[in-house]
Write a protein that binds this ligand. Sequence first.
Ligand code: SAM
Length: 294
Amino acid sequence: MRACYSTWSGTYYDEYYGQKAPYPPVHRELLKRVLAEAGARTVLDAGCGPASFLRDLAETGTDRYGFDVTPEMVAEARLVLQAQGVPEDHVWEGSVLSPESFRPPGKGRDFRFDAAICVGVFPHIPPEADLKVIRHLRDAVKTGGLVVIEARNQLFSLFTLNRISYEFFMKDLVQVEALRAQAGEEADGVERALDQIRRHFRLDLPPVRKGKEGEPGYDEVLSRSHNPLVLREQFAAAGLTDVTLLFYHYHCLPPMVEAHIPELFRKQSLTMEDPEDWRGYFMASAFLLAGTRA
Ligand SMILES: C[S@@+](CC[C@H](N)C(=O)[O-])C[C@H]1O[C@@H](n2cnc3c(N)ncnc32)[C@H](O)[C@@H]1O
């Protein structure tokens, strides 16, 4: 994981938030709005990267804190935020898997934030840690405080018609082994049925993203997507209330056909950006999940 991100610290912001970004960072305004509506004055960004989001909060007057597991990201975040007057000890090295990481150096056990956010990190944590990390985020905020996480939308795979869709069908929807176990004389039929289903998907897509200088690429390290319905249940299980799903990065058509109409694809997808549209469950590749500590 650290190897994947270590050479990315200097260019990450430009690649995902700058002019070069393949799709505008629509979640930035969404996240800013959610924080502003909650009246958050102190914010912790868990897995802050090169302060990619925190740097853009400069004009809001928010007291900003962040940590990250990759030392190069911490160094870059410090550099960027120090230039904006944020004290060096507001950024530290830590992992979302460890509860101690959620407390800034030098602050007492009772210190709590108005809001804790976690963007781009959930893809990289193992499934059994999801609830634990949600609890860490909850414990980092005051009563009435806000928790916001970002995740890649697993249900989007129902729209992409590719290898990821096929894996979702076979691992999460269809109970393949149960079918086989119960097939009896229809065993051949089950295999023919599964084979017919398989042929409906482009299994060669999407291409696997490789790393830069010999380090593992994004798709070569653990990079999961999440079912928003399951994560919403986990928020509730962690005692978070007013849980809200906000979808973003819409796709007007499955990405495999984007090359036919690149400009129209982008323009039309942008016009679809509505965090509360039910189409987001299927046509948006990412979402924010917000909840309040009761
Ligand atoms: C996709 S980047 C997102 C950075 C930033 N949050 C943003 O939204 O632009 C993912 C970041 O998560 C960090 N990360 C991965 N696993 C982590 C963990 N267990 N604890 C803390 N940070 C982690 C990586 O080092 C990387 O900086």
